[in-house]
Design a protein around this ligand. Sequence first.
Ligand code: KIV
Length: 283
Amino acid sequence: MSVHPETTKKLMISDLLRMKEEKTKLTMITAYSYPQALVVDEAGIDIILVGDSLGMVELGYKDTVPVTMDEMLHHTRAVVRAVKRAHVVGDLPFMSYNISMEQAVTNAGILYKDGGADSVKLEGGQDMAPVVRAIHKAGIPVFGHIGLTPQTAALLGGFKVQGKSLDDAKKVIDDALALEDAGAFALILEAIPKQLSKLITEKVKIPTVGIGGGVHCDGQVLVFHDLLGLFKRFTPKFVKVYADMYSLQIKAVKEFIDDVQKNRFPGDEHSFTMKEEDLRGLE
Ligand code: KIV
């Protein structure tokens, strides 16, 4: 049985796994606020990621490194309040799971229990497998993220495509297998060659969701602001921009400024009136 967006029944991890088996493509998008989550859930998206990209597209940081647990919790809660159907993933920010196993499980618990996320995501492959195992053992579903891992991009030589050479490709495959073995229920494959994504997608039983991973992944994810043309600082090659909401918003605000300056707003339809006789009493 496939999962149709028309139903508002909450998607379970078993639904996402079944979609891979049935070869139904998974759709995933980021959202960071109540109104954004209302829109993407109503549109029928399967998975909403409250990503740490929050730092760049909503909070104005240079990259995702400064994002804090408090910020992630605040935004995860707002998204969760809006969502009826989609599976909501809370992203663990840099240094919230890298210090100790105890710290990782505690922070995963905060996004899951206090934030209301349906699962948590963290970046890293084989090195992070023990952490994924510990969070999974604590009863919290984990979404893995391999290939280009923006939180540790400095160690990868910047925001570069990963897994292009034979040795690097083998490492990304081993990362995927290690995370699956540790209990991850799905994997983001970021910025890797499409042939490598195909191999990984065939090798693992869990769904793969690509961002710059090519068409063979089980699903695709984009950042809300990229898809809607809301973020102008830069647009990676893997982004398809579906609307120019930035320009639309500028146009609307400019029209408002013009209307106010030329006394076209507010019109009678936006104003309140009192009875003439009461008005005369004031004179
Ligand atoms: O934080 C984020 O938005 C992400 C996506 C790019 C997958 O991790």
